[in-house]
Write a protein that binds this ligand. Sequence first.
Ligand SMILES: [Zn+2]
Length: 82
Amino acid sequence: MARPKYRNKLLTIPSMRKKCNTCGSIKEVQHRHITLPMDLPKTKKFKDYVDMPNTTILNFCSIECAGDDFVNNYSPEDFYQE
Ligand SMILES: [Zn+2]
């Protein structure tokens, strides 16, 4: 069975304090809603999503602030298609 070539570890959320997108308070970021561009360069490596161009990042202090529809529909393989 063919296995995907994707071997990078998932990027983790670095510890940082940012303004929550929902309640507006400055707290440790627990959740981020990240929108990646479809033409994301595949050859480059990034330390964090914030380094990627054209990404939209929303910071949330808690899952409550992130909302009920905070569901990650993407899998890493979606961005590493050949
Ligand atoms: Zn909040």
